[in-house]
Design a protein around this ligand. Structure first.
Ligand SMILES: [Zn+2]
Length: 214
C-alpha cells in the first residue's frame, strides 16, 4: 500500500488517470497490487472509477487526491480503519485468555467479589501495546465490562515490564521466569512464612511478633 501510494504521487500524479495494466507493470509479481491501492481509500485517498466519474473509461481510474501519508507509520496508525473483530477471532482470543478478564482475572458470568449482584461480561478489546523493543502494536485482549470501563486508554507497556523485571535481584528474576513458564505464581519461602504466621491464633501471633522484635 505504501509503495502504491508513492507510485501514485511520483509516477502518476494527482489528477491523472491510470489503468490496472499500469499497476501490474509497476508492481510485477505482487498479487492484488490493485487491491492494495484501493485500500488507500480507507486512508482518505480519493480514487475515482467510471462509476464515480462517467467521463472515465471502464479500465481507467483517476488519482484525484492524496490522503493520509501512509508511509509515515504514526500517521497511518492514527488513521487506521478499525475493522470489526470477527467472531472466529474473538473465540480464539477468549480461549487463549482462558475465558478470563486479562486485567482482573474474573471469569465470564462470575459475580464480582465486592458486588455479587453484578456478574462479569467478557468482551474482546483492542489494546495499544508498546513491545519490549519499543515497537507499538494494537493487540487483542479479553476484558470484563468493568475493567474496560475503568481503562485509562494508556498503552500497555511491555517495555516497562521488562525493565522492572531486569531491576529485580537475580534470584527473583529466576523465580519469576519459572512462574512465567508454569503460567502461574508459585509460593516463595516468604509467602509460606507469612501464611504460617497468619494461620496462628491471635495470641500466638502476638508472641511471634514479640519474639521477632526482641
Ligand atoms: Zn476485569
Amino acid at each position: 500500500m505504501v509503495r502504491g501510494a508513492l507510485w501514485l504521487i511520483q509516477v502518476i500524479g494527482e489528477g491523472k488517470t491510470f489503468t490496472k495494466e499500469q499497476i501490474r507493470d509497476a508492481f510485477p509479481g505482487i498479487s492484488q497490487a490493485d487491491r492494495r491501492i484501493r485500500d488507500l481509500r480507507d486512508y482518505g485517498w480519493v480514487l475515482f472509477t467510471n462509476s464515480d466519474d462517467a467521463t472515465l473509461l471502464a479500465e481507467d481510474q483517476r488519482f484525484v487526491k492524496a490522503g493520509v501519508p501512509v508511509w509515515d507509520a504514526a500517521a497511518r496508525r492514527a488513521a487506521a480503519p478499525q475493522k470489526a473483530i470477527s467472531n472466529k477471532e474473538k473465540q480464539a482470543v477468549m480461549a487463549r485468555d482462558d475465558y478470563m478478564c486479562s486485567v482482573c482475572g474474573i471469569s465470564g458470568g462470575e459475580p464480582y467479589v465486592d458486588d455479587s449482584n453484578q456478574t462479569a461480561v467478557l468482551s474482546i478489546t483492542r489494546r495499544e501495546t508498546v513491545l519490549p523493543d519499543g515497537r507499538e502494536q494494537t493487540l487483542l485482549v479479553t476484558e470484563c465490562k468493568r475493567c474496560r470501563a475503568g481503562s485509562d486508554g494508556h498503552p500497555a507497556r511491555a517495555d516497562e515490564a521488562v525493565a522492572d523485571i531486569r531491576a529485580l535481584e537475580p534470584g527473583d528474576q529466576r523465580r519469576l521466569l519459572r512462574w512465567i513458564e508454569r503460567g502461574r505464581r508459585g509460593s516463595t519461602a516468604l509467602d509460606r512464612a507469612w501464611n504460617a504466621y497468619r494461620r496462628l491464633p491471635a495470641d500466638a501471633r502476638d508472641e511471634v511478633r514479640a519474639s521477632l522484635e526482641s
